[in-house]
Design a protein around this ligand. Structure first.
Ligand code: GDP
Ligand code: GDP
Length: 499
């Protein structure tokens, strides 16, 4: 039986994978009130309220230290919020500078926090200057905090702040919300790469490839050398184990220790037509009791485990859909939304199609297919064409359909388009656009570039005062999807003003 085999592999690999702890250190820096403490608390899972004001208005906190967990990454984290006095902004910097010079020597990465709600403030630029001076040997990640809802905000205000933040000169900001946990997957990706470089124990060639990918303008083929991380998610009894066994039955099972920082995780995977697929959290999932299953799909716990996934296959039960009023339960819809919001690929697998038999079977199948398609469209209007696959894991039908959709989405997700090609395309698209193009408030589109893959993220540079309308960005996004075959995955288009 596949699953027993898998369990044995997992436990033997776990035993071999005991490595001494030597955690790299990440330090949180930013002007007061950007949310350093909130992020510290989230990453260290502290929930208690902090009391910090003394009667003279000075905070009494010091540098706080904790062990952070993000997905399955672990690192040491320092919070410098305690060094600040809100009364004298300038002295914060000098005081902090004095105290942190020594601390910085022990650090590997700085998380430079700014506030999406407040927008960029003069003090943010000061912190930036100061970091360039005192922390120049460290990696710095610009974190745009309080950005909950950024990828679904119709006003586009938060996205505009993202552009402003970029002008601080620390690269593309990672948008997060310390309060709701949004964007933690992006932060995870970023830290996984950076901290992975700090690792003494990285021997895995794949890990190296993965770290290089982020910085280089690599082609699609380069990105494809990173093995796909797939999660199979769904409520209990929808057929996840059956499906997994069907997938593994005919393939070569691969196991090995996780590269990078993960001390306790083991990768289990298989080889599909010569391409490697690693399964996310299968070890934990298989050991979890049947009863518990993934009941708490929408809960933070399950989400944390899914952070590592590139593509999530959400399994639904066709028989249940044929009987229910709504084709997706609340927890399933919540998971689908989360996957998209975090910029991951989603493939919806409707299992147990064999149970839709009987005299009306054709009509019932039609109805199930329609219900699921409509529901997905309703839940995720911004991602048109989420792949849907209708299968029977028990009968072993649909295995290759699933894997083909999964790899298609993964390829799209890794796509990189050269700037020259994009701008030739943009000129054509804009000339086809009926008059009133580049509407907006005195802003004109100058050019477009792809700033990252996984998911594909584009920046439209505009000149003039103000910003172009959100409808224009949506039009560019949908044209990109259509013309470059990028539908069905989350895709991001930001705007930024260029002088
Ligand atoms: P610090 O001074 O940088 O440590 O900032 P705090 O962590 O004390 O947060 C300052 C304020 O911002 C508090 O009122 C927090 O509740 C709020 N805050 C922190 N993170 C977020 C967030 O992600 N979203 C929103 N809306 N507010 C946040
Ligand atoms: P999990 O809890 O999601 O891992 O679900 P299981 O794989 O344990 O399956 C739950 C039950 O559904 C088992 O009795 C399976 O035999 C059954 N099952 C799974 N896939 C199918 C299918 O495609 N068709 C039918 N008829 N039954 C299935």
């Amino acid at each position: 039986e596949g699953s027993d085999y898998l369990k044995r592999q997992v436990s033997s690999a776990t035993n071999k994978n005991i490595v001494a702890e030597a955690l790299p250190t990440v330090i949180l820096v930013g002007r007061p009130n950007v949310g350093k403490s909130a992020l510290f608390n989230r990453l260290t899972r502290r929930r208690e309220a902090l009391v910090y004001n003394t009667p003279d208005g000075h905070m009494t906190r010091d540098i706080r230290e904790g062990t952070a967990k993000l997905g399955d990454l672990r690192f040491r984290i320092l919070d410098t919020a305690g060094l600040e006095t809100t009364a004298e902004p300038n002295s914060i910097l000098s005081r902090t500078a004095g105290l942190t010079a020594a601390v910085f020597q022990k650090c590997h990465t700085v998380l430079f926090l700014v506030d999406a709600r407040a927008g960029m403030q003069p003090l943010d630029a000061d912190v930036g200057k100061w970091l360039r001076r005192y922390a120049k040997s460290l990696h710095t990640v610009l974190v745009l905090n309080k950005a909950e809802g950024i990828h679904s905000d119709p006003s586009g205000k938060l996205l505009a702040v993202m552009g402003e933040a970029h002008s601080l000169g620390f690269g593309e900001p990672v948008a997060v919300s310390a309060e709701t946990g949004e964007g933690m997957t992006d932060l995870f990706d970023c830290l996984q790469r950076l901290l992975g470089k700090a690792e003494i124990h990285v021997t895995d060639q794949e890990a190296e490839l993965q770290f290089q990918d982020a910085d280089s303008e690599s082609s699609v083929m380069d990105s494809m050398t990173i093995p796909l991380q797939l999660a199979i998610a769904g409520r209990p009894n929808v057929g996840k184990s059956t499906l997994l066994n069907a997938l593994l039955r005919e393939e070569r099972v691969l196991t090995g220790p996780e590269p990078g920082l993960t001390r306790d995780a083991v990768r289990v995977g298989f080889d599909y037509k010569g391409k490697q697929v690693y399964l996310v959290d299968t070890a934990g999932w298989m050991q979890r009791s049947k009863v518990e299953g993934l009941v708490a799909l929408g809960a933070m716990h399950a989400r944390r485990n899914l952070m590592r996934a590139h593509i999530v296959a959400l399994v639904l039960d066709a028989e249940e859909i044929s009987k229910a009023k709504s084709s997706m339960r609340h927890s399933e819809a919540a998971l689908a939304r989360w996957v998209t919001q975090e910029g991951r690929g989603l493939v919806v697998v409707v299992n147990k199609m064999d149970l839709l038999s009987g005299k009306d079977s054709a009509a019932v199948r039609e109805q199930v297919i329609r219900a699921v398609s409509e529901e997905i469209q309703k839940i995720l209007p911004q991602v048109d064409g989420v792949p849907l696959v209708f299968v029977s894991a028990l009968k072993g039908r649909g295995r290759s359909a699933i894997m083909n959709r999964v790899f298609e989405s993964y390829e799209k997700w890794c796509t990189r388009l050269p700037t020259a090609q994009l701008n030739r395309w943009l000129a054509k698209v804009m000339s086809r656009r009926p008059s009133g193009v580049e509407r907006g408030h005195g802003a004109r589109i100058r050019y477009i570039t792809q700033v990252k893959a996984r998911p594909p993220t584009f920046v439209v540079f505009v000149t003039g005062s103000g910003r172009i309308d959100e409808s224009e960005l949506r039009f560019i996004a949908s044209s990109l999807k259509e013309d470059f075959n990028l539908s069905g995955i989350p895709l991001r288009v930001l705007q930024r003003s260029s002088e």
